[in-house]
Design a protein around this ligand. Structure first.
Ligand code: HEM
Ligand code: HEM
Length: 165
């Protein structure tokens, strides 16, 4: 059971939306990294691909660091209690949030292990994280929009307005 607060702080909200943008960037441009590695192993010039390499590495590490910080904030400040609803719906929403945190840690860590330890094993796991992330995002975003437009509750608003519940 997470510690409860009366609303997300501006910092928590900024971190949520910043991490969303960074993850979308990685999902859209992730193949640049595979292309960099393929070009490197075939002995061709990687200079034109270096920007893509450093961006994927840097953005990935930023996601890892920001997520650890965000999870720490969650432990210290808490999060607002789930908007009341059927028990199964509330539990599923909370479980999905933990799954997101797991993915936000596992994905950059397997990326680092793929790049610097073993591309075969960890590269495969890292690549599988892509469809998993996409499915989680689609379910999570659809749920947020369903809460906002169909149930007309405060779930999405409180992810936009600091201190609202
Ligand atoms: C949350 C952070 C990250 C996300 C969402 C992400 C996402 C992706 C995606 C979508 C791909 C393309 C997979 C495909 O071709 O199907 C990829 C490839 C790759 N990423 Fe990441 N990545 C992240 C962090 C990192 C980090 C920190 C590194 C460390 C260097 C890294 C290293 C790699 C490597 C080596 C590949 C190529 C794997 C291969 O070709 O087998 N990633 N990533
Ligand atoms: C990469 C994409 C995303 C990730 C990783 C992500 C992650 C998370 C996490 C971990 C939480 C739990 C609250 C916390 O601990 O701060 C959360 C809450 C929330 N997210 Fe996302 N999210 C993503 C995209 C989106 C999108 C696109 C929307 C809107 C369409 C959205 C709307 C919400 C809402 C409304 C909540 C609050 C739920 C509540 O308070 O019960 N998220 N998100």
């Amino acid at each position: 059971m997470a510690k409860q607060s009366t609303g997300y702080t501006a910092l928590q909200l900024s971190l949520h939306w910043l991490i969303v943008l960074l993850v979308l960037f990685q999902l859209i441009f992730g193949e640049d990294m595979g292309q960099y590695n393929d070009t490197l192993s075939s002995g061709q010039d990687v200079a034109p691909l270096l920007t893509g390499y450093y961006l994927h590495l840097g953005v990935g590490i930023a996601i890892l660091v920001l997520t650890v910080f965000r999870f720490g904030l969650r432990l210290v400040l808490g999060v607002p209690a789930s908007v009341p609803g059927p028990a199964l719906q509330v539990r599923a929403g909370e479980a999905l949030h933990y799954l997101f945190y797991l993915m936000l840690i596992v994905t950059p860590v397997t990326g680092l292990l793929a790049q610097y330890v073993d591309i075969e094993t960890f590269g495969e796991i890292h690549a599988v994280n892509k469809p998993v992330f996409i499915i989680l995002i689609l379910v999570h975003a659809a749920a947020a929009l369903y809460h906002h437009y169909v149930l007309k509750d405060s779930t999405l608003r409180r992810m936009m307005v600091p201190g609202s519940n």
